[in-house]
Ligand binder design. Structure first.
Ligand code: GLU
Length: 334
């Protein structure tokens, strides 16, 4: 198995991110496979200074060590998407030449209008459809001198059927999706395009990520199909919720792993607690205290819950108290 954790350096490590990274680690260790760190930094406007360093140091603090990544290299690099632009170019040109994607040309004025919200992206998509019928050699020539974005052609009147290892089988109606942008006017790929190209080229066999990416699946599957590639197996993890069942947010409490550390929660209790967010080993056992090695041995994807999971701070407090009581005196004093 080859698995990856693919954070965007747009902030510090979130508890949801820690859970994703842990589940990837558990499967990589169990299968004696490889765990890869890939930094998804294609949205240059949202980069946060030092976020990459922080992510790497927090993951290492948690005992999540990678076999490949930007900080240690490997055979499938570069592992930072901003360093892979020439690779993406090869594939978007291929998609244009095979008729699966098309460039749309923009005047500076139009780009400014789009940015200023004077032109909705919905209207822009409809207007852009005129570019679909352009002659290929004209288009390739125009791309050398003019501003453009590249859009993926979504076939109409069709469905995508998809099997998720957690959510089961899902059907998406492609009539509900506009032709998405895969290359932006700054030459950077969008998340969807870079993510698919990299998962394939890095030989990723299993993708485990948050449920918020499930709506993107039809675009991803279409990209795989357009490139004649078979997709990896996907598992989308249930959302983390506040006690009022809204999506876990900073407004209602801490969400970054670092916040919990600063408040004195112990590493082992944070990991134990986070591993149980939306997963349970099953069976009759009431045991809830497990160390990393036990978690690695016990974890299975089929026991991950389908629906959202409440982040219950009381339970973390209880778990932390158990770990504190077990501390040796010298560590307790420290
Ligand atoms: N860059 C995405 C994120 O930060 C990763 C999504 C994925 O794993 O495909 O959540």
């Amino acid at each position: 198995m080859r698995l990856r954790f693919a954070p965007s350096p747009t902030g510090y490590l979130h508890v949801g991110g820690l859970r994703t990274a842990l589940y990837n680690l558990f499967l990589a260790k169990q299968s004696k496979g490889k765990l890869i760190l890939r930094i998804e930094d294609t949205d240059q406007n949202r980069l946060v200074k030092n976020a990459e360093e922080n992510l790497i140091s927090m993951l290492s603090w948690a005992g999540i060590n990678f076999d490949e990544g930007p900080h240690i290299t490997g055979d499938y690099g570069p592992y930072r998407q901003s360093e892979r632009l020439t690779i993406y170019k090869e594939y978007y040109l291929k998609l244009i030449k095979t008729g699966h994607a098309y460039p749309c040309f923009y005047s500076e004025q139009r780009l400014e209008d789009l940015e200023a919200g004077k032109l909705s992206s919905e209207d822009a998509t409809i207007e852009d459809a005129v570019f679909q019928d352009f002659n290929l050699s004209d288009v390739l020539k125009k791309m050398e001198t003019e501003n453009f974005v590249v859009r993926l052609k979504i076939p109409s009147n069709d469905f995508i059927h998809f099997d998720d290892l957690i959510k089961g089988s899902i059907k998406f109606d492609l009539n509900l999706i506009n032709d998405p942008i895969i290359i932006k006017s700054d030459g950077f790929p969008t998340y969807h395009f870079a993510n698919v190209i990299d998962d394939h080229l890095m030989n990723i066999t299993h993708v485990i990520r948050g449920e918020e990416w499930l709506p993107s699946i039809p675009k991803h599957i279409l990209l795989y199909q357009s490139l004649n590639w078979s997709p990896p197996l996907f598992s989308h993890l249930p959302l983390l919720l506040n006690t009022d069942k809204t999506k876990l947010s900073k407004r209602q409490g801490d969400v970054h792993v670092e916040d919990f550390l600063k408040k004195g929660y112990l590493k082992d209790s944070i990991i134990n607690f986070v591993a149980f967010l939306g997963w349970h080993p099953g069976g009759d056992s009431k045991q809830e205290i497990y160390n990393m090695e036990e978690l690695i041995n016990l974890f299975t994807i089929d026991r991950v819950h389908k629906s959202g999971c409440i982040f219950d701070i009381e339970k973390l407090n209880w778990m932390n108290s158990i770990y504190i009581k077990e501390l040796e005196l010298k560590n307790f004093i420290k």
